[in-house]
Write a protein that binds this ligand. Structure first.
Ligand SMILES: CCCCCCCC/C=C\CCCCCCCC(=O)NCC(=O)O
Length: 587
């Protein structure tokens, strides 16, 4: 009797286990099939989008061929500095259509080499014609073609941020800044590439592919405004616009060697700029211009700081460009550093800062040493814990249902690993990296656990800002010069291995200070030789050193920083450095 009962229990157990196994296997197979069809659907969308772009490129090519402009004359237009181009357009020496054709032709050529343009803006031709048909030449940017980072919303276009799921969702209106640019006579003519979700210093996504550095195709142009930096540096655009929440304007400008300005977050309208960080107001994103020369950067900043922007976005303080600050001859007191207390910058970046220091001194300014306080803590406890405040959930949700690009794999990994597991792995990670800050950074990337912690986070960031500003004020500084990044452009796919090098830029996102990126020099063989003395203990240090081998000839920028809403002073410091270098015969 007893054995019969046992047998019955055993049989029922096996039947239930079998049924459970079949159900589980069914679910797993179902999920695999669903995943397969979903991926297939996504890849179809990618191909569809790529076809549309190719069609637009072909149409532009045909249009340009039918115009029959003289190639050499067009090339000569692209070689003009911004001031001469502006003058030539205002005086009628060049027509808007002619200048547009010159830049469209050049952008197509450059794009074949670097893959930096996502698509052309075909309405540009009609815009140029309409400008040429009117007698009045209105606007500071009259007839100047401008390129736009892919996340700038445009009527009739999507903003994918490299996410397949966002393709085909067309916007009904232009971003405020785009409207302002048009009002100032500029002609948006191409859209430029970005890394998927725009949270890294690389530049690739499954829709538009990977952008290469104009100086070395094996290296990244940086990100997230990488397409802009590559296009501008290679001559395919003269003025462009990007966005920056951790260095995305300044770092690609430095990796490629063009000019960039990250503005104070509240100085320019961000209505109509797509981002996954909207709603995170502790470390706010910014927008700003990028350009081939400093005059272009100044002109673009002047043009957008106008009444029309304040009329379109009432949340922006009506603070037009203050020429009196930019033109002032008042001697300045500038702080400088080459080591931010976390990762020492490589010799080339140090040399660039020292060149800037000498140039400023030659212009009669005082330059003193400045140590930014608590940078390692700023990076982990303030920056990472804030930008990934939700534990990276928003980033994860966007990527998880998409085709994750290689440049977001680490982010995907960090957001997936449970906090407890990361905590258990702490000791091993610390041993491997030899860097407690790196380990803290990983933990901080799990974000805040409650609204209460989020409020505290806001307070901690405010306290740091106060501490920093006190140090600045105690020294009576007008500005600071420092590296943009701890090293120069790195090979593709390498950014995760050196991500800590970004503290030089991220600091000024935490602080909300405006900061410019100014090209100064190129890496020399002596710079590379001096890498021998570069520290080689921690994970990031080893990788920075490795990535810097073979970097001879790559561009090196310097970062120029001033207090919030002092963009004009940032531009003045940049100008003083350039003038100083020219007077010393160094630029
Ligand atoms: C120690 C390891 C740290 C892992 C970090 C994982 C969390 C990732 C979050 C942030 C990384 C910061 C990279 C900053 C890239 C620049 C982003 C930017 O400026 N984007 C522009 C924009 O969004 O408009």
């Amino acid at each position: 009797m007893r054995s019969e009962v046992l047998q019955m229990i055993e049989e029922s157990f096996f039947t239930i286990a079998k049924a459970a196994a079949i159900i589980l296997a069914g679910i797993a197979v179902g999920q695999i099939i669903q995943h397969y069809f979903w991926r297939r659907h996504l890849w179809q969308k990618v191909r569809q989008r790529q076809k549309e772009c190719q069609k637009a490129f072909r149409k532009l090519d045909d249009d340009l061929n039918s115009l029959n402009f003289d190639e050499e004359a067009l090339q000569a237009i692209c070689n003009l500095p911004t001031s001469e181009l502006q003058e030539g357009l205002q005086s009628g020496k060049y027509s808007a259509l002619e200048v547009l054709a010159a830049y469209q032709t050049k952008a197509l050529q450059v794009n074949k080499r670097l893959n930096c343009v996502t698509e052309p803006i075909l309405e540009a031709k009609a815009n140029a014609k309409s400008l040429d048909e009117h007698a009045e030449k209105e606007g500071l940017l009259y007839g100047i073609p401008v390129s736009l980072k892919e996340n700038y919303q445009l009527k009739g276009y999507d903003c994918t941020m490299g996410l397949v799921n966002y393709t085909g969702k067309l916007f009904k209106d232009d971003a405020v800044l785009v409207k302002v640019l048009r009002k100032q006579g500029a002609i948006p003519f191409v859209r430029t590439n970005i890394p998927q979700i725009m949270m890294t210093y690389e530049c690739s996504n499954p829709i538009y592919g990977r952008t290469d550095n104009p100086y070395d195709a094996t290296r990244t142009p940086g990100g997230s405004t990488g397409g802009e930096a590559a296009l501008i540096t290679a001559g395919g655009s003269i003025i462009g616009f990007g966005s920056d929440i951790g260095g995305s304007i300044r770092v690609p400008s430095h990796f490629c060697g063009c000019y960039g300005l990250k503005t104070t977050p509240e100085r320019l309208s961000q209505k109509g700029i797509s981002s996954l960080s909207k709603g995170q107001f502790i470390v706010s994103g910014s927008v700003g211009p990028m350009a081939r020369d400093l005059d272009g950067l100044v002109l673009a900043t002047k043009a957008i700081l106008c009444d029309y922007m304040y009329a379109l976005d009432r949340s922006i303080p009506p603070l037009s460009f203050r020429d009196e600050i930019f033109q002032s001859k008042r001697p300045l007191k500038i702080g400088y550093y080459v080591n931010d207390g976390y990762l020492q910058s490589v010799p080339a970046c140090q040399r660039a800062v020292m060149m800037a220091k000498t140039a400023l001194e030659a212009q009669g300014h005082t330059v003193i040493s400045f140590d930014p306080p608590d940078v390692p803590r700023m990076w982990t406890e303030l920056y990472l814990k804030t930008v990934a405040g939700d534990g990276g959930r928003k980033f994860y949700e966007a990527i998880q249902k998409d085709i994750p690009d290689r440049c977001v794999w680490n982010l995907l990994f960090i957001t997936r690993v449970p906090r407890w597991l990361l905590w258990c792995m702490k000791t091993i990670i610390r041993l491997v990296t030899q860097d407690p800050v790196h380990t803290e950074g990983l933990m901080s990337s799990k974000g805040c656990r409650s609204v209460c912690e989020w409020w505290q986070q806001a307070e901690v960031v405010e306290a740091y800002k106060d501490k920093f500003m006190k140090k600045w004020d105690d020294l009576g500084l007008d500005g600071v010069i420092c590296p943009v990044f701890a090293c120069v452009a790195v090979p593709h796919g390498y950014v995760t291995e050196i991500i800590g090098a970004g503290t030089y830029s991220m600091l000024y996102n935490v602080l909300n200070y405006p900061a410019g990126s100014l090209p100064l020099t190129k890496v020399t063989s002596e710079d590379v030789q001096q890498l021998e003395n570069y520290p080689n203990r921690r994970y990031f240090e080893k990788n920075i050193k490795k990535a810097s081998e073979g970097s001879i000839g790559l561009p090196v920028n310097v970062q120029c920083v001033c207090l919030p809403f002092q963009e004009e002073l940032v531009l003045r410091v940049m100008k003083e450095i350039e003038t100083g270098l020219k007077s010393m015969g160094d630029h």
